[in-house]
Write a protein that binds this ligand. Structure first.
Ligand code: ADP
Ligand code: MG
Length: 309
């Protein structure tokens, strides 16, 4: 029994203040099997949050069906919602209460035993700081407390809507590690929405890619995103011209690659970066940098859909 099924779900928001209606979901299909992390990947405005709102009964779909654990939503939501934890927007906590106190209040409302509070604080690695006031937490800690709140009911499905948005690199790393761990615990299925291809590559086992409210690809991450890296590397050397000549003579395609750090060279169709390093070293060029280029989401979209995201 899959955790989530959406079939041909369509949702058009009424245009407000004279604006035209906005088709957010256009016969969207989504299948999330039990276990692991399922990435829900699409650019901003592609319909990720709307889909999640439909699943949680926060907006109603115009057409199509949605099921959680094989029960139709929103009709049977009361039967299944106890198994679902969600972090959709930055959750509201009392700023002057500690993280632990905030969770205790939520646990009381949800009818969850207090002992579960410390378990959840442990899972998100906040036990040490649980007694500090919420308002003193970093953004990453606030987000992890939000995840702890979503975990109170020990849900079988955890829905996280772009949980690393706005976090600094350390916060992003912590949240990603936590999601990976949850996906491996054998109990929780995580539905993780993101507009970042790299995040989904790092964290998810399977993925659904959507653009303009439609599914354009789905399956195991390795299969769906395989071959999306470009086999290009960017190199920096002190003498670009003569290094470029060496590479060209060896048959590599080249193009200029400039970024904030200055001019560099993109080398195309590199099967193993070592080839480039050795070839240049033999000719007395020593690399200052060699970086594989990964296709960004736009390029991946282009490859999958044949049209820009
Ligand atoms: N409450 C709303 N009213 C009108 N349009 C909306 C509303 N919420 C979202 N939209 C529109 O629906 C589309 C999908 O939005 P959303 O589901 O938030 O996408 P995502 O989460 O992938 O960024 C966008 O074009 C957005 O502008
Ligand atoms: Mg969103």
């Amino acid at each position: 029994m899959p955790a989530v099924v959406m079939e041909a779900v369509t949702k058009t928001y009424r245009g407000r203040r004279g604006r035209p209606p906005q088709k957010a979901l256009d016969e969207l299909d989504l299948l999330v099997e039990n276990g692991g992390v399922h990435g829900f990947l699409g650019p901003n405005g592609s319909g990720k949050t709307t889909s999640i709102r439909v699943l949680l009964g926060l907006v109603s779909a115009d057409a199509g069906t949605a099921r959680l654990f094989d029960r139709p939503v929103p009709d049977a939501l009361p039967e299944v919602i106890g198994h679902v934890g969600a972090l959709v927007e930055t959750p509201l906590f009392f700023p002057n209460f500690s993280g632990r106190r905030n969770l205790e209040l939520l646990a009381e409302v949800a009818g969850v035993p207090r002992t579960r509070v410390d378990e959840c604080l442990d899972i998100v690695d906040l036990r040490d700081r649980a007694g500090d006031r919420f308002k003193g937490y970093s953004l990453g800690m606030k987000q992890r407390l939000g995840i702890a709140a979503a975990l109170l009911k020990h849900p079988r499905l955890l829905i996280l809507d772009e949980p690393s948005n706005g976090l600094d690199p350390a916060g992003i790393r912590d949240v990603r590690e936590l999601i990976r761990r949850l996906g491996r615990d054998g109990h929780t299925t995580v539905l993780l929405s993101s507009h970042l291809l790299a995040e989904i590559e790092q964290v998810a086992d399977s993925v659904t890619i959507l653009t303009r409210g439609r599914r354009v690809a789905n399956g195991p991450v390795r299969e769906v995103l395989a071959g999306r890296s470009t086999h290009d590397v960017v190199i920096r050397v002190s003498d670009r011209e003569s290094a470029g000549a060496v590479l060209q003579a060896a048959g590599f395609g080249l193009s200029p690659f400039d970024d904030v750090r200055g001019p560099a060279l993109a080398v195309h169709n590199v099967q193993a970066p070592g080839e480039v390093t050795r070839l240049l070293a033999r000719h007395g060029h020593y690399l200052e940098e060699l970086t594989p280029v990964h296709a960004d989401l736009e390029t991946a979209f282009l490859a999958i859909t044949g049209e820009p995201a």
